[in-house]
Design a protein around this ligand. Structure first.
Ligand code: NAD
Length: 456
């Protein structure tokens, strides 16, 4: 019975074993050690599941998590300290503090596109916060899922951290049978995110939802077009475009359209060669279903570069599309593949209207060397996070919180923000007993003047 796992974890959590700094530090060190021990096996599993090169897999998955552990270990003691905050006049001579309490038993659900990083990075926050955790890797990355299950079982007791494999729509309801998680941390698609939110709402379980959507990149007339092209191609082709914060589509000012397309073609050839389909560094599409879905987008515009694909290896060339058919699926769905629709615009407001058709993107990338253009996009569009003159890299800065807004998600994590996500900031006012002014107690009659003096 699956539900016995979180129930056993709850009993273990209730013993208080996970509370101390020493315990949390030890567990992070054990996680660090097991990742290092299995490093080459993880890289192999990621190659099996997604065809990622060892270098790409290390930078975007293994190295990423090791970095998070190192940063967390360096700061955990400080984060765990009760934090003193100011006390208002009415409550003086009291003092005020925030105590960061663990949440309890949490559930972490990950997708297939960064199947290692997106499971382990939240786990680091959960451990740092002093919680127990049930991890649900994606069944669509079976090699990584099986390996993570082996690694976690090797270092942690199931009563502390457990991996449950399988399909989410059967696993999660089974886990929730008669058990209330303290938090559900979900990374994945918008429809599944909504289903999880509903399941969680029935038990008033708080959630973090790291979702997707259509993230625009905008190249203005004042952009460094060559640099922009390199950074857009990297963002679109890393993991063959199967990245939640990949630039989904491109808006280019008409004055630099030709130059941008030329530069994009040049960047693609420089990075992936003339034959990307045979380039062993270029990842594949996760499944036949996703591959077929992506192929349907190819005829929805004019192919100005790429367009080739290989059924056997499930690879699709980095592809640039212009003249997109109005209302085509490619501008309704999150593309999640190496196909880049390009639109030209004549003024900001026309470009803004295109962006506003898909509100609240997870990321937005603006390429410009003009500060008023930069400010315009920052102010006009609510989005999760992003870059000026770059793509993706905001995600790799542990000092920045990562997460969406509206349709693209709820909550944030990374660095200290993971710690805050997996703890409850318990506010406490401490009042000394030597001062007990009568005006704070009934009868209140006649004290209005005094109240108004303190509260206005
Ligand atoms: P998905 O929503 O299909 O699946 C994600 C996880 O949820 C898997 O582990 C799956 O087994 C589980 N699941 C599926 N149905 C479930 C249900 N009914 N109840 C509980 N769990 C269920 O997503 P995916 O296809 O694996 O990933 C792609 C999506 O994830 C894209 O939309 C992408 O943008 C998004 N994503 C977001 C981020 C982010 O950080 N914001 C990162 C990566 C991917």
């Amino acid at each position: 019975m699956l539900v016995q796992i979180p129930q056993a974890q709850q009993q273990y959590f209730n013993t208080g074993a996970t509370l101390s700094y020493h315990f949390r530090k030890q567990q992070l060190l054990m996680l660090q050690a097991v990742i290092r021990k299995y490093e080459s096996a993880i890289l192999e599993a990621l190659y099996t599941d997604l065809g990622k090169s060892a270098e790409e897999a290390y930078a975007s998955e293994v190295g990423f998590t090791l970095n998070e552990i190192k940063y967390t270990l360096a700061h955990l003691r400080k984060w765990m300290q009760p934090q003193s905050v100011r006390t208002n006049l009415l409550n003086l001579p009291g003092s005020s503090k925030l105590y960061y309490d663990p949440l309890g038993v949490v559930c972490i659900i990950a997708p297939w596109n960064y199947p290692f990083q997106l499971l382990i990075a939240p786990l680091i926050g959960a451990i740092a916060g002093g919680n127990c955790a049930v991890l649900k890797p994606s069944e669509l990355a079976p090699a990584t899922s099986a390996l993570v299950a082996t690694m976690i079982a090797e270092v942690f007791e199931q009563q502390y951290i457990a991996v449950v494999e399988g399909e989410g729509h059967t696993v999660l309801p089974a886990l929730l049978q008669g058990f209330r998680f303290a938090h559900i941390f979900f990374t994945g698609s918008i429809p599944v995110g909504k289903a999880i939110y509903q399941m969680a709402a029935a038990q008033l379980v708080p959630v973090t939802l790291e979702l997707g959507g259509k993230s625009p990149a905008i190249v203005t007339a004042n952009a460094n077009v060559k640099v922009a092209a390199d950074r857009i191609v990297l963002g679109k082709c890393l993991n063959a475009g199967q990245t939640c914060v990949a630039p989904d589509y491109l808006l280019v000012h008409e004055s630099v359209l030709d130059a941008t397309i030329t530069a994009l073609k040049d960047s693609i050839e420089r990075m992936y060669g003339k034959q990307p389909l045979t380039n062993t560094e270029y990842p594949k599409i996760i499944s036949e279903k996703r591959f077929q879905q992506l192929l349907q987008y190819l005829p929805q515009g004019t192919i100005v570069h790429g367009g080739g694909y290989d059924v056997a290896s499930r690879k699709i060339e980095p592809t640039l599309l212009t003249q997109i058919m109005p209302d085509s699926n490619i501008m309704q769905d999150e593309i999640f593949g190496p196909i880049l629709p390009i639109f030209s615009y004549s003024d900001h407001t026309a470009a803004l209207q295109i962006v506003q058709r898909q509100p609240n993107p997870l990321a937005l990338y603006i390429f410009t060397n003009n500060s008023s253009e930069e400010r315009f996009w920052m102010e006009q569009v609510p989005f999760g996070g992003g870059c000026v003159n770059n793509t993706l890299w905001h995600l790799a800065n542990e000092h920045l919180p990562f997460g969406g807004i509206g349709n693209s998600g709820i909550g944030t994590y990374h660095g200290k923000h993971s710690f805050y996500t997996f703890t409850h900031a318990k506010p406490i006012l401490k009042t000394p007993t030597w001062f007990n002014p009568a005006f704070k107690f009934p009868p209140f009659k006649g004290k209005m003047k005094l109240f108004k003096m303190f509260m206005k």
